[in-house]
Design a protein around this ligand. Sequence first.
Ligand SMILES: NC(=O)c1ccc[n+]([C@@H]2O[C@H](COP(=O)([O-])OP(=O)(O)OC[C@H]3O[C@@H](n4cnc5c(N)ncnc54)[C@H](O)[C@@H]3O)[C@@H](O)[C@H]2O)c1
Length: 466
Amino acid sequence: MSNANQPSNRRDFLKTVGLVGAGIAAATSGCASHSTQVVTTPSRPTGAKYMGDFAAPKLETVRWGAIGVGARGSGAVSQLAQIEGSQIVAIADLYEDWAKNAGKAVEKLGKPAPALYYGAPDKYHEMLARPDIDAVVICTPWEEHAPMAIAAMEAGKHAFVEVPMAFTIADLWKVIDTSERTGKHCMMMENCNYNREELMFLNLARQQVLGEILHGEAAYLHPLREQMMEVNRGTGSWRTKYYAIPNGGNLYPTHGLGPVAQYMSLGRTEDTFERLVSFASPGRGRDLFAKAKFPADHKWNQMKFQCGDITTQLIKTKLGRTIMVQWDETNPRPYSRHDLLMGTKGTVAGYPARAAIEGWGDTEEWSENEKFEKLYEKYEHPLWKRMGEIAKKMGGHGGMDFIMRSRIVECLRNGEPLDQNVYEGALWSSVRPLSSKSEQEGGAPQLFVDFTRGHWQTTIPLGIIG
Ligand SMILES: NC(=O)c1ccc[n+]([C@@H]2O[C@H](COP(=O)([O-])OP(=O)(O)OC[C@H]3O[C@@H](n4cnc5c(N)ncnc54)[C@H](O)[C@@H]3O)[C@@H](O)[C@H]2O)c1
């Protein structure tokens, strides 16, 4: 079955992701100073309200609809079906067999069979019309995230969308405006914020063990070019075309950045993102892979993979703090999210886990292994203490997926604000279009958009959740 929802050619695709007309598809040189830039913030439409600390009315049971049950969505559905007070009511996917497999997996858990919607790209709208769905989990290709999240909120459901929230600044605004107008949650599900190491670093930052935080480093370095072997359906079938975007920027910024942004409480009270610069290496690995694995007339060999293989952003915050972000999904290299946080009294880092903290031995040397375990003994995050064991059994990237999904259900059932608000999802995702623009302008600084319209200054930082 062909995916009728996918743009038919490269130009249509670039149009979809907002790169035609904006002049971004063509490389240019030149350098604009950030001081010459004006970022206009559209005024909040009448009747819309700020959603930063939003808590929805309590739900006794969270009744889910799922859109997209491929590699990611099938796991989401099966875990959500197993969480107390959470039920999978319906599933929508393009493919009949994938929808049925996900439905059967729910039944095998002894749960009622979900209703299935499949066979056409717009079938999910029928599912959204059901009155017995409270929330929708969206695990589809990137270009579908914004329209599907918007449709879910318009249909009166809370939207939970995979990373990134949207691909363009215009689409991020549409998501924000819809959430504010409908009074529905829209959370970008950044699961890495719930990993054991990241949770402990959050705890260390909140307890000021590292002193004044000055700098962070974040990344997504994960060789994924083998996904190109999925030609007709599956992740590689839709994701591969993105690497052909010239000056595409950091296509997947949020796994490393989400946690670092919450350590620094960016977009909440004291500080927020101000501007970034971005530089990319040449794009080589995908062309080489296509040549090595596919015949000359194959569609992957007809594409020119012009997005830089590795891109690096430097972000300056309003308080003058810095964050380095990197992304590479192509070349063979050890996996890393960097996960580094540096303060006046210490630094912690991931991949491999290391720390140098005043009072914990010689701060001139990295303390490793054993000492790091001692840090866990003292500063393990309460959420990991409470759920770590079950999370490891339930799996999903070492347990972080289960903790995130459990927290979503818990917040909805308790009528509490979610751990990640709609503006954080938008801010973290906006690194993609801003880095693309910076690369297109020869590395010129780009100002961040204030999706909160000034409200970040009154939004309380994420606390330590027990
Ligand atoms: N947070 C994480 O750790 C993590 C890990 C993997 C993937 N992801 C994200 O999950 C998303 C999905 O990735 P994947 O690897 O599962 O891709 P996939 O191709 O395996 O799954 C996508 C699914 O969406 C379905 N789909 C597409 N258009 C649809 C439509 N109009 N209606 C209904 N269903 C539709 C497809 O049929 C497919 O089943 C991506 O955004 C990806 O970035 C996140």
